[in-house]
Design a binder for this molecule. Structure first.
Ligand code: KG4
Ligand code: ZN
Length: 340
């Protein structure tokens, strides 16, 4: 079964053709990073307009690279939730129009669940059941996944997502957008124990997150309590500041994921979402998992960030369950627990 997947939930316009759930025939991603950089974050209106311009060329390229025509596609798949509503609308409208024009069935995919599927794209080993940490610019969630189509939320963030914390701190430090990759790079030369930034664990045993405090504490550290900026001799070098911030975020992500894995008695732990590209997180999570006799599964970086291969791949399993959408499918901006 060949599936054309479409993804437009945030600032990547993506299309991919995937056969039988894990044979990637094409995987095209057009990033809008350049457009949003000068604003220090994703501007929803700009994202929607850029998706409109990119969507058809991206779909054409995905079909051409895969060497298939629309008629050869068996199913259309699109992520319709959660995300920026105007951005989602572009992918959903394109998918519905194509499905109607070529009379092919349509599958609606949850973007978070697609991130959970990303690892399955290149793996033939046993993956489920597992505990999954999805950490991106928009989400930070711990899930218990039983199969590609069945998972349950164990914890989420009360405020900022982990990637958002990286991006906001990078903006405070003048490092540009997106902040995660830059911080990851600079932190490699810094001392992660130089400054003890706060770790927010919330109430005892909680699997929820809060990252707004650590961001504010970097702001005060860097700019002083009056916000005017501290003199250079009063603060640690930039590499130490970002390495310490990264360590504070990674500590909480690792500890809570391990707590969830122990609680659910799983043998496997999985990562997904843009923050799963973080080299320190991958290293620390692998060490923590191995210490407990668990196996860590992390997709390659290009499938951690937003892509359409994960959408088309998951849609294969939804289609096998006859879980099709109708042509009145709508984008839904919020994460809906019951639909996950
Ligand atoms: O999954 P993604 O492409 O989009 C969303 O669904 O949000 O994730 C983007 C996020 C951004 O916040 C970015 O700063 C973060 O992932 N990110 C990283 C790294 N690479 C991307 N964060 C930390 N370290 C990285 N190496
Ligand atoms: Zn995402």
């Amino acid at each position: 079964m060949k599936i054309l997947g479409i993804e437009s939930s945030c600032d990547e316009t993506a299309a991919a053709v995937v056969a039988d759930g894990n044979i990637i025939l094409s995987d095209v991603v057009a990033s809008q990073e350049e457009l949003h950089r000068k604003y220090g974050g994703v501007v929803p209106e700009i994202a929607s307009r850029a998706h409109i311009e990119a969507i058809l060329p991206v779909i054409d390229e995905a079909l051409a690279t895969a060497g298939v025509k629309l008629d050869d596609v068996d199913v259309l798949a699109v992520s319709n939730r959660p995300g920026l509503v105007g951005a989602l609308l572009v992918g959903v409208s394109a998918a519905k129009a194509i499905a109607w024009a070529v009379r092919k069935p349509l599958v609606a995919v949850d973007h978070v669940r697609a991130h959970v599927y990303a690892y399955c794209l290149q793996s033939h080993e046993i993956v489920f059941p597992c505990v999954v940490l999805i950490a991106s610019g928009g989400h930070t969630l711990i899930l218990h996944a039983q199969s590609p189509t069945q998972c349950r939320i164990l914890g989420t963030t009360a405020d900022d997502a982990a990637g958002e914390a990286f991006d906001k701190v990078a903006a405070i430090l003048g490092l540009g957008y997106p902040g995660g990759p830059v911080i990851d790079r600079i932190a490699g030369d810094g001392d992660p124990n130089a400054i003890k930034f706060p770790r927010s664990y919330l109430e005892r045993g909680s699997l929820n997150f809060s990252f707004s405090g650590v961001k504010t504490s970097v702001l005060y550290y860097w700019k002083g309590q009056d916000g005017r900026g501290r003199a250079e001799h009063e603060r640690a070098p930039l590499a130490d500041v970002v390495a310490s911030l990264q360590e504070a975020i990674v500590d909480v992500l690792v500890d809570k994921t391990m707590l969830a894995a122990e609680r659910m008695k799983v043998e496997r732990v999985m990562l997904g979402g843009g923050v799963a590209c973080n080299s320190r997180l991958r290293l620390r999570m692998k060490a923590a998992a191995e210490e407990r006799g668990m196996h860590l599964m992390a997709p390659p970086p290009r499938h951690c960030t937003d892509n359409a291969a994960m959408v088309a791949g998951l849609a294969h399993h939804l289609a096998l369950e006859n879980n099709f959408a109708s042509l009145d499918l709508e984008p839904k901006p919020a994460l809906i627990r019951s639909e996950l």
